[in-house]
Write a protein that binds this ligand. Structure first.
Ligand code: FEO
Length: 398
């Protein structure tokens, strides 16, 4: 159970911790996650977001530790993905089906589509406010961060930004706030950005500019996952600015799978070539590394090399999995090269190059193909590919 805590006067965190989840639609959540929801007490009581369906009873139990859930007057739904909307039907049944749900236009559409029923939707967008007694809730449309319905809610008097998925982390530890966990949270936030928001980086840049123009005082950022930023909210805002710029760093990520160790030998030779140029390198065997951890390393890499043996005239299934995942998240501003061993047809390098072209990444070499087992000369070619990747990257960064 999650112990509700008062995070500001009359504002409570009442969500749930999911200690067990290890796969969040393809993202490895080694430390579980939380589904945060926030209860704001006042002349009218407001609940911001709900939790995954099977945590619905727990949410109601948490709220009951503070007030009778029937005393909730208004629900705000910042985001309708089911980890935040799944328990809306149970909640509304408990508090009264006709109570208003404030959400974006797409939010109303989504909730209706998810549950095949209408509620008392109050559609809001950027510039709309809801004044209740001495509390003012303002809404900010954050379309495609990361769903069409996404929005933020800002509670002016407490200077709290309820940011939905943005600024979150999949982390279900024993702490609630950034100052309790310190820098240990940043790798979780970075992984979350790389795997959920990278695709929408141009929107993140635009949103950060919009928020700066609004000149909002932000004392606390409450995302729907993970810890609350209260000590230094600008730390995560600055990190989002950096990550969304997708500026390359002096780092090469080499991703490979191997059938009979030939492509593995090639990957190691390329790694040595990169190292010989004093450029940082990460060698990632797709049988050992989860796709979401590979994606996290790609976030700030300046170069990527991908190696696959040819199997049945195609790339290896695990490489296809990783490439599909990377493609969807649209990393930009990287130089790339392909490599791989083959027996008789050798299509893998060609297929990988086609993937790179579709991703609009810069291919710096046609790629290295080696039949069966690499000999010394072959490994030297791989070493030289590593050198070329490193040198090209250094030139680009100079
Ligand atoms: Fe945490 Fe987009 O849901």
């Amino acid at each position: 159970m999650y112990k509700p805590i008062e995070i500001a006067k009359g504002v409570f965190s009442v969500g749930c911790r999911d200690w067990d989840i290890r796969d969040f639609h393809g993202y490895s959540t080694y430390e579980g996650t939380t589904y945060n929801a926030f209860l704001v007490l006042g002349e009218k009581n407001v609940l911001i977001d709900t939790v995954k369906e099977h945590f619905g009873d727990e949410l109601l139990a948490n709220i009951s530790k503070i007030i009778d859930p029937k005393l909730i007057d208004i629900v705000i739904s910042n985001h309708t993905e089911m980890d935040h909307s799944g328990s809306i039907p149970k909640l509304m049944h408990k508090i009264g089906e006709d109570k208003p749900i404030y959400c974006s236009k797409m939010g109303a559409k989504n909730i209706e589509a998810h549950f095949n029923r209408k509620f008392n939707f109050q559609v809001v967008g950027t510039g709309d406010t809801l004044k209740i007694g001495n509390r003012t809730f303002s809404f900010l449309d954050t379309k495609m961060l990361h769903w069409p319905d996404s929005m933020f809610t800002y509670l002016a008097e407490e200077a709290i930004l309820f940011s939905s998925d943005a600024f979150g982390q999949h982390y279900a530890g024993d702490m609630f706030f950034d100052d309790e966990i310190g820098d240990e949270i940043m790798p979780h936030a970075r992984k979350y950005y790389a795997n959920i928001l990278l695709h929408f980086s141009p929107r993140v840049q635009a949103l950060l500019k919009d928020v700066a123009k609004l000149n909002l005082k932000i004392d606390m950022i409450c995302p729907d996952h993970g810890i609350i930023w209260r000590d230094n909210p600008s730390k995560i805002i600055d990190a989002y600015d950096t990550w969304s710029r997708q500026e390359p760093t002096r780092k090469v990520v080499i991703i490979f799978d191997s059938m009979w160790e030939s492509t593995a030998k090639m990957a190691r030779a390329i790694t040595s070539g990169v190292e010989s140029e004093d450029v940082n390198v990460r060698l990632m065997n797709t049988r050992k590394w989860h796709r979401s951890d590979i994606m996290t390393e790609i976030l700030d890499a300046g170069a990527i090399a991908v190696g696959s043996p040819t199997l049945n005239n195609n790339i290896f299934p695990v490489i296809a999995d990783v490439m599909t995942y990377i493609k969807g998240l649209r990393p930009q501003n990287k130089i790339v090269a392909a490599f791989g061993s083959y027996g008789w047809s050798g299509e893998a390098v060609k297929i990988l190059n086609k993937d790179f072209e579709e991703m609009k990444l810069t291919i710096i070499d046609p790629g290295v193909k080696i039949q069966y087992v690499p000999d010394e000369a072959d490994l030297e070619r791989c070493f030289e590919l590593g050198v070329k990747l490193a040198k090209t990257l250094k030139e680009k960064l100079s």
